[in-house]
Design a protein around this ligand. Structure first.
Ligand SMILES: Cc1cc2nc3c(=O)[nH]c(=O)nc-3n(C[C@H](O)[C@H](O)[C@H](O)COP(=O)(O)O)c2cc1C
Length: 188
């Protein structure tokens, strides 16, 4: 066991697809964004830009994707952009690292989050005035979770199931399944 409780946040995080209307307190939002700012990036280029969207008309406009309807009710949507010119090879990786860091800090702050890949990039760029050199990497919904389970039944088990350790990690050579002695946490 480590000394810090990062793993507590890792274990307790779930994608939250139903939110209370309560706003996210400014000091929590500030800490979440600070964690993005401090994230690692290739050559320390920090090729990211995050648009914090709270305006309900804008959130509604962002919620048009097939798997994104709950962006309308999440009080904050963070739009993760990566500068393709500043870091052509790593902009997406760097931006994703910063976004997952925000997810873990938000979890630690008692907030729910969900990554969203279901959006039209051109529409999002036009809506928010994102410059041409930036790609929209992903969106992040943030807010207080609504208690009702956002998923049920087979969809739930499909979306939460994790592949076994030996199929996702190898020891010394690819295909020699890594044998973990840690308890394997899995919902399904
Ligand atoms: C890049 C990315 C895009 C995703 N896009 C969506 C999405 O558009 N809509 C959605 O409901 N969930 C989305 N998810 C959430 C995944 O479905 C979820 O992480 C996965 O099923 C595991 O469940 P868990 O996050 O609750 O552990 C996305 C996740 C990632 C990492």
């Amino acid at each position: 066991m480590g000394n810090m409780d990062v793993f507590v946040a890792v274990k307790s995080r779930r994608s939250v697809r139903s939110y209370l209307p309560d706003p996210v307190p400014k000091e929590k939002l500030d800490r979440i964004l600070e964690s993005a700012r401090l994230s690692p990036s290739a050559m320390n280029r920090q090729p990211w830009h995050f648009v914090v969207v709270t305006d309900s008309a804008k959130r509604k406009a962002l919620s048009g994707g097939h798997f994104a309807h709950f962006l309308e009710e999440a009080p904050v949507v963070i739009v993760g952009c990566g500068d393709k010119d500043a870091s052509p090879k790593w902009y997406a990786v760097d931006t994703a690292i910063a976004m997952q860091t925000m997810v873990l800090v938000a979890t630690d702050e008692g907030l729910g989050t969900c990554w969203i890949g279901s959006f039209n990039e051109g529409d999002v760029k036009a809506l928010l005035g994102i410059p041409p050199s930036y790609a929209v990497v992903a969106l992040l919904a943030i807010g207080y979770p609504h208690d009702k389970p956002s998923l049920t039944g087979t969809v739930r088990s499909m979306l939460l199931r994790r592949r076994g350790m030996e199929s996702i990690a190898s020891y010394e050579i690819f295909g020699n399944g890594y044998k973990s002695d840690a308890p394997q946490i899995g919902e399904a």
